[in-house]
Ligand binder design. Structure first.
Ligand SMILES: *Cc1c(COP(=O)(O)O)cnc(C)c1O
Length: 430
């Protein structure tokens, strides 16, 4: 198994080099040369297989022997060592709760897997690897927690002061150890621009080994397949319709990949907010990225979704095949908030804004497809978004990890939007 670039200029690489490079030089994305097929027996027996074994069996062909089996099994075990419950909300709709990990969002899975792969591949390096991440809230927390206390790695996070929720800020600023958190006087785009400038600074790169833990890295993308298998393990009846709240489309792309490998799924729904590039593409076949617009489901505010090319690649760039398996809808903030209120009133279930987009898209679909049932991914815990309390008056029960966070002291360094200041901090980490 090798990885090629979706732009087809850069050479094929091994799993190891795909992980270490992150992105091919031609600015495409790495994609596996073959999509492995799981045998039918595996799918039939899912309910009897422990999660860590499912994870190992799913990822093993992708790693292609570049991590020894016993190490890979241990990495899988640590990656999925929390709950992934499938919770019924109505007769027809269940939710796969992906918020039981350390930072209460699905990104924990990819971040934990990737950090351990990077540690394995850089174990012989004398110098430290510094992971630089700019975050608008969710990603930074998951990456920082994933790399926390991982030997040989330093993490530097940049977040925009005053622009992340209270819980997100605590998750970013209370880890300590190998995690340094910078609170920037600026917005998310400023944070991202500074991180990019550091990664492109060849003089700096000659002194410190920098990497980005980018969301397009195959080691973050591929393990997201695991929980689609965990969902089917708990599912009874005909194959479900699966609705995925989508922004950069990595999560959805991994679900479709799992399906091509043999996981029975009737249909996928790309549940989007007002950022509707993909919804429009499926209507018009014109792909027109635009600037993102701010919404309640802010982790999905993406105007140029980077992983969508992987979905096209899965379908061999055949629009008809794609359209048969994938539907996309865009849900406004008004409908998102109304869905949160209605579902809470009718069932007592508390949706976060991202999950609410997924719920609404699925419920609307099932109106037109009354014989089916489905599930949506609840991508983060409601307590991470201050808007939840404003909309429905409560966050529900607070997870113990949040109570614990509230007892910890915030440690961060305030910083102006100034590249030299960042450069000094990075150099001080060697
Ligand atoms: C990142 C994120 C998403 C979007 O996932 P993609 O893989 O980028 O499509 C959805 N919900 C939450 C809570 C997220 O943090």
């Amino acid at each position: 198994m090798h990885y090629f670039s979706t732009n087809r200029v850069s050479p094929h690489v091994s799993f190891r080099n795909a992980v270490l490079n992150g992105q091919p030089d031609d600015k495409g994305l790495y994609f596996p040369t073959v999509i492995p097929r799981l045998d039918d027996g595996f799918i039939d027996r899912l309910a009897d297989i422990p999660n860590e074994q499912i994870a190992f069996d799913v990822i093993r062909p992708y790693v292609a022997g570049e991590i020894p089996d016993d190490t890979l099994f241990e990495i899988c075990r640590e990656t999925v060592n929390f709950e992934f419950p499938l919770v019924p909300i109505t007769d027809k709709i269940s939710t796969l709760e992906l918020f039981h990990g350390p930072t209460l969002a699905f990104k924990d899975v990819g971040a934990r897997f990737m950090s351990r792969c990077l540690q394995h591949f850089s174990r012989d390096n004398k110098e430290k690897t510094i992971v630089v991440v700019a975050t608008s809230g969710d990603t930074g927390g998951a990456v920082a927690a994933g790399f926390h206390n991982v030997e040989g790695i330093e993490v530097v996070i940049l977040y925009p002061k005053g622009k992340v929720s209270k819980v997100q800020e605590l998750q970013l600023t209370t880890l300590g150890g190998n995690v340094t958190t910078l609170e920037l006087h600026g917005n998310f785009d400023d944070c991202q621009a500074l991180a990019k400038q550091a990664l492109a600074d060849s003089d700096l790169q000659s002194q410190v080994h920098l990497t980005s833990a980018n969301s397009i890295n195959v080691a973050r993308w591929l393990p997201q397949q695991f929980y689609y298998f965990f969902a089917l393990k708990q599912w009874q009846g005909e194959p479900p319709v699966i609705s995925v709240p989508s922004g950069n489309f990595g999560n959805l792309a991994s679900g479709i990949l799992a399906h091509i490998s043999g996981l029975p799924v009737k249909k996928f729904i790309a549940a989007c907010n007002a950022n509707d590039v993909v919804t429009r593409f499926l209507e018009t076949q014109n792909y027109e990225p635009h600037d993102s617009v701010a919404t309640l489901s802010n982790a999905m505010d993406v105007g140029a979704p980077s992983n969508f090319v992987r979905i096209l690649e899965i379908f061999g760039n055949k629009f008809v095949d794609l359209k048969e398996k994938l539907e996309s809808v865009s849900i406004s903030d008004e409908v998102t908030a109304q869905t949160m209120r209605d579902v809470y009133k009718e069932t007592g279930y508390i949706l976060d804004p991202h999950g609410a987009v997924g719920y609404r898209a699925l419920a609307d679909h099932l109106e037109t497809d009354p014989d089916s049932r489905g599930l949506f991914l609840e991508t983060a815990h409601p307590v991470k978004f201050d808007s939840v309390r404003e909309i429905i008056g409560t966050f529900g029960a607070t997870p113990p990890s949040v109570d614990e966070l509230r007892t910890k002291a915030k440690v961060s360094t305030e910083m102006d939007n100034d590249y030299d200041a960042l450069r000094q901090i990075l150099l001080s980490k060697i």
